[in-house]
Ligand binder design. Structure first.
Ligand code: AHM
Ligand code: MG
Length: 336
């Protein structure tokens, strides 16, 4: 039977064993509340008239959905109560929102309030992704933190059940929202990604745009049992990063949103601060690996709030193979 301690009990028990700032616990509880509110708004959207577009475009030039705006407001309103939260960096806002004069030890919250929102109308899983870093010194307004500086990261997945999956740097833990009480309860302890997998996730409609390394990798997977990999591979693509990463954290696999001819000018598709970094932290904490193809994601030095990067993450052996293919492809390009 699963352990059913609540998120608060889990965090306070953790704090008895290892130092954990009570203000981080408050912030995590506020994030859980925001996600609970977003989950309820998603569930009732058909009755509340909140499907469809908001009529605005965000900083990424993407059309905002009404629910993107509702989710962004829920995060800002509920987490804004946290006493040591200095600033918010949201996918939906061009600039950071400062809530107080930053002091060393305060928190910075990075979030994508509703990831995969193109899936809402077709009633597939969507999610919220978040990442937390510390303010290093008093008055420091620098929010361009490297992923390795994260103190906590996680996501909420709004699927057949609502879950919160998080790491505070000591493994990955999944909490399911109990219907009725609304409590997040620990149902998935110390989640681990197996090093080997036979399942990959990529938007294959972009085949014509891929670099040779990605083509080679996918073509070899597709050859199956009689090909160079000597085994059959399965493919899944939800087009909701949270759902795809959740599957990988639950049963293994590799997720690819590489740089290709369609997104090279932007640097990739997924955003570093509130998509790639938190997912890379979670995946590494679950025993997997996360790279751009050439660099560890957590070591990247961000150059903008909404910087995009290529993302390859999941089961360690497959990620290592992809890094090798990138290396080989780069040295071949040098020779020719
Ligand atoms: P979003 O933040 O605008 O929702 O975009 C990110 C999403 C990811 O969840 C998902 O992995 C990817 O975009 C899907 O892209 P595509 O539609 O090209 O398959
Ligand atoms: Mg997103």
């Amino acid at each position: 039977m699963s352990d059913t301690q609540t998120l608060r009990r889990f965090l306070t028990r953790h704090a008895q064993k290892a130092p954990l700032d009570p203000n981080l616990i408050f912030l995590l509880e506020d994030i859980a509340s925001a996600c609970r509110v977003i989950g309820n708004r998603l569930r009732n959207a058909a009755f509340e008239g909140t499907h469809g577009l908001a009529g605005e475009t965000n900083i990424q030039g993407e059309e905002q959905k009404k629910l993107d705006v509702i989710a962004d407001e829920a995060f800002a309103r509920i987490c804004g109560n946290s006493p040591r939260l200095a600033a918010l960096v949201s996918e939906e806002k061009e600039e950071a929102t400062w809530l107080k004069e930053p002091e060393a030890g305060d928190y910075l919250l990075f979030y994508d309030p509703l990831d995969g929102s193109s899936n809402i109308e077709v009633n597939l899983s969507v999610g919220s992704i978040f990442s937390i870093c510390n303010v290093a010194i008093d008055s420091d307004r620098d929010v361009l933190k490297a992923g390795r500086d994260q103190v906590c990261a996680g996501y909420a997945i709004y699927g057949p059940s609502m879950m919160l999956v998080l790491t505070i740097g000591q493994g990955v833990f999944g909490f399911t929202c109990e219907y009725g009480t609304g409590d997040f309860r620990l149902t998935h302890r110390d989640m681990k990604i197996p090093a080997e997998t036979s399942e990959f996730a990529i938007n294959a409609s972009r085949y014509r745009l891929w670099d040779p390394s990605i083509r080679q990798y996918v073509e070899e997977c597709l050859q199956g049992l009689t090909g160079v990999r000597g085994r059959d591979f399965n493919m899944r693509w939800t087009a909701s990063m949270v759902a795809d990463v959740h599957r990988i954290i639950t049963r293994g696999g590799v997720f690819l949103y590489p740089m290709d001819d369609g997104n090279r000018a932007q640097g990739g598709k997924l955003r570093l601060l509130y998509e790639a970094n938190p997912m890379a932290f979670l995946v590494e904490q679950a025993g997997g690996a996360a790279t751009t193809g050439t660099k560890r994601i957590l070591d990247l030095a961000p150059d903008g709030h909404h910087q995009r990067v290529p993302v390859i993450l999941g089961s360690e052996k497959e990620v290592e193979r992809l890094i090798d293919y990138h290396r080989m492809s780069a040295s071949q390009a040098e020779i020719s």
